[in-house]
Design a protein. Sequence first.
Lengths: 411, 957
Amino acid sequence: MKVIALLLFVAALSGGCRKLLENGTPPNQLTTDKVFADSASAEAALVSAYAYLNVNVDPALNRYLGLYTDELNYTLSDQSVSDFYLGKVAVANTADLTAWRSLYQVVYRANDVIGQLAVSDLPVPTRAQFTLEARFLRAYAYFQLVNIWGNVPLLLTTEVNANRSAAQALPEAVYAQIVSDLVAARDGLGAAYHGAGRVRANKWAAAALLARVYLFRGDWANAEAQATAVLGSGLYTPLPAAANVFLAGSTETILSVYTVNGFITDAPVLIPTTLTGALTFPVSNALTGAFEAGDQRKVNWLRSYVSGSATYTYPYKYHNRAANTSAAENLVLLRAAELYLVRAEARAVEQYGRGGTGPERGAAARGAGGFTGDVERSGLAGRGEPGAARGTVPGKRQPLFLPEGERAVVR
Amino acid sequence: MKKWILFSVVAVLCLFFGRVWGQGLAGRVVDERGLGLPGATVRLGAAAGVTDSAGRFVLPGLGSVSGEMVVSFVGYEGYRGKFVDMVVLRPVAGTLSEVQVVGYGSVSRRLNTGSVGSVGAAELRAQPVTNVLSALSGRVQGLFVQTTNGLPGGNVSLQIRGKGSLQAGTDPLYVIDGVPFASSVVPAGNIVIAASVTGPVSPLNSLNPADIESVSVLKDADATAIYGSRGANGVVPITTRRGKAGAARFEVSLAQGVSRVGTAPGLLGNADYLALRREAFRNDGLLPTATTAPDLVVWDTTRSTDWNRYFFGGTGRSTELQAGLSGGSGGTLYNLSGNYHRETAVLPGDNRYGRGGLHWSLQQAGPGQRWSLLFSGAYTADANRLTNVVNNASTAVILPPDYPIYDAAGAYNWNIFNPEAVQEATSKIATENLLANMVAAYRLLPGLELKLSGGYNQLVMDQAEIFPSVALFPGTANYTNFGRNAVRSVILEPQLNFRRDWGRGTLSVLAGATYQARNAPGETSQGTNFTSRSLMENIGSAGTVVAANSYTAYRYVSLFGRLTYNWQDTYVLNLTARRDGSSRFGPEHRFGNFGSLGGAWLFGRLVPFLSSGKLRASYGLTGNDQIPDYQYLSTYGSSASYNYQAFAALVPTRIANADFHWETTRKLDVALELGWWKDRLLLSVDRYRNRSDDQLVAYAIPYLTGFNTYQANLPAVVENTGWELSLNAQYVRGKRLNWSGSFNLTLPHNDLVSFQDFATSSYAQTLQLGYDITRVTGYQLLGVDPATGLAAYAKQGSSPYLYNTLGKQTPDFYGGWGNSLAYGNWQLDVFASFAKQMAKGGLFTSPGLKYNSYALVLDRWQHPGDVTGIPKASTVNDPYFTSSSANFFNASYFRLKNVALTYRLPRGWRVYAQAQNLFTLWDRRAPLLDPESGALTATAKNIPPFRTILAGFQINL
């Protein structure tokens, strides 16, 4: 009897122990499975990755890359900042670490959206839309990572125990993933923007980033094809006047990041409050000198003041440094002008090969009509042949991208 | 849930099943406290039997009473006489016979294979304490008790055999009548803890000390492995009072007492303070102005206030009333009691603490002792209202002595803060505690018993902390913190006990299972900008409300067993095992196995000059699971800074790690227990070594995973070793005069043995391999330059280095010394506790600033050539000074913890006087309010324990 009773106890316990331990999920905490069981909360999780680009990534990258590429100077003495200006970033540089972290945070958020939606019960179209947007964001972050740091770990899930000891991947592998994500996004997303404004990736955003990726990989034919397709959509042309490029409603914008109060997070650092004293991050003479006289972009996108014997120039693409809802500005990630440049460069190389001289390539670009858009805006069109003085096509990057530092350096 | 229903079904089935067996004469052998004595021999005429684990016996085949009954049990006075079904045995003098409550049972101290300390009702009742835990101070070797806040409701921390965890909690597991009891109600880090003058509130306050029969302290693996994953930090089973056999007895006792803070810090007097300040200005070559030195220029320097006395100099009055009915016969034992306690605190202003409660227990045994039922419970409610002088706690006692409460215009002086205005802030804490417990036992066969134990505990704590504008710096918005936190816990434990003679010894087997469910919902909110002060407890009147809630559900299942073989009271072998499952861990890591092996050799009979001797040893594995729930879940939270389009953004807030499990502690314990002169002198020496591995920490992970830490097990080993010594002596044993004494001493040692990748870890500076994990770090003061009077600190590079080892928090040794003297009807108990330890001092600034300082700054550098350790007075604070070795002090103490004098009258009436914390020997030069509670700082509200003197009487009707 006692043996039977004992056995009964053991039998009673061994089977159901696991079930007895079920404690559910805490109702006051938003566990990941709950977030992705509802389309509104899943979308709220997805958009936080976009917001992160403005709130964290841009402030951690833009000005440091501007310093690194001599677009900006630095007038204070914080070593973690001056390292970038001097072009010798130490391994322990905290600003470098912050930039690295911020991009991997975007990767994490995107991966979580992708991974969770794969097992979610949400309607298929919703899952596809959000997943493809997340893949676009992941590609965007990896593009920055691979261009800045070279060999980087390629993480595609949020498996923490695998990720924490992940090895670096070769750039080829990272690029292959970027292209795969972008092709999927281009083919799967529609031309319409999700929600108000142009603040969510659509088909053309994916194509535009893809054009840039192909260009960087030397795949000229594809780069040209993608650029042509985007420009041919008619959504982003004609280009607006230089003063209006960065306003929230700008036609030229292919993709921008929404700002809650109408100004980008990094603006208060770059745009001075008062026009006296030394500027922390003045625009370098090399950059101001890269413009030709009368270039409307220089007129609109740079501002100067004199303090003592020095002249300080600061970037003024974005005007708002505090809340401004009447002329709101979003952080522009992709805009049509770049695609003219991409197409021009691609055509130039296709025509003359990479060994061609600057003037030849420039001529090719002009011949191909590549610059038309941006040259018109510069206000230089009609002043005769732009000529060899304007240098090589790659040289055009600087005036085009100034203060969008993160794109000036990539290459 | 279904499974425990199944248990009940099995239990009920067995009840019917079992009826077939066993006819005979049955009864029970218990000690004075009603605890069953297992293994007692019972003879009646020719029939004989042995009691089971609950003290029950059956004499098979006997239908009627014939012959003389003889009951014997080692260490107890035997019974000889006519048959009774409830035999109460009294222990022969000497503590070896006492029955100690251990996990899922009790065992005589003589035969115990584990390291167990116990404190009985007599020792508890001699101490006028509000929280039963503070009555344990110095009583048990290996148990370090620190009353960190003497206010009613204040926290008392217990540490059994040292701190073995870097980050996880190290509270022992409290088990009240078999029901695990929460060691905290409000989750750590909550606003209602931070803003209360009592800090964290110990839930054990809502337990009436007079209702407690015994407190055991289980220390080694043999005693704690049966609690598996919760046993690493020791276990404290608390047993409440039960009815005693005999005629109905109605007891009433009433006592009244006064409390004052017993220790005072050595602050500077007004003259010394003013001289120091003037010297500071002289040294700096400055002239005091109304802005820089109102204490010298504006305020009336002839007036002086002792601010320590102002804040902590009050007298608290307490009243204690207990009434109870107990008794029992014919298989029924009952105990019903009620209690009321109130006290006022030493703080200025309106302070009241009130506690009332009911306690009940009913035991009924069936005919023939075949079944028994125990039904017990307690309900306690307390309300604590205190002046909440927390906002400036760290500067309270060190206001300048000439600091005026009112300025020249008659308004409150807010230069530093206003000591009178802050008293307008109040803290209110109300707690309700319901404990209910039922144990049903049924004897299936002689020696085989089935038991089902179930319990419920509900603790609800309501808090409100009211800060009206008048109590805050002018211009600060008023606010109230509200908190309502509860813990509800259900436990169900079916058990089988089996006992039989086997070979020349006795085999006892316990098999059982546990199911526990605990839910803890909580809400806290802060209302600001109330429209009117009278509406500050009405959250609807707040201008802004910020609210948060918390919720945890915890499930725990386990199987456990114990096998004890006692070979002729000479060799005892004890094996315990537990398989635990806890919802606190990831789905794949919820189950774990624990166990221990213990043995004892009783060799007293073999050695001529010894009356008893025991060598015991145990080794085993226990776990620690004191981390927050749900760490294995990944979560999102809202964050307005990432709002996007029309969406309130959700951002990841925790990354899931499914791969963490409990910390494991391997405990080794070897002890020698010796007795001389019929056990009138008992010596026990324990050597223990606990090694805690798999430390649960917020583990640093690379940022590319999305987060920088997650909950994980760190392969770091913390070792606690130590010696424990205890001596019990009966110096005089006579008809009228009895004098006995006890002494215990613990020498603990803590060591961080290994740590993977220590040098690159986030602990590299705060901890040190091969050193105590309670390491205190700071700047090293090298000395004061005799020429300039400036302090010099040890540097790394060009700046002073913060992470020098100053010392540790673990005491070098601690213990207690007690004496008990009885003469005729008089009884005097005196108990002292002591500790040798270091503590961070309360120096708030370097000397010379607008705060009072302690007497030690009188030794400061004053003239070139002075050789001293205190730098010169200056109006500029030396930021390193207060975090340096100059602010780390010897906080050793010898405290006359308790003196109790009782006069016994006939019929059990008694009159008594008791004193707690009567006086303390310590180094009064140390800038501490009290050596036990430490210094008063902004984060730790270490208000000294009170000196309480109480007188009362008990009458029986």
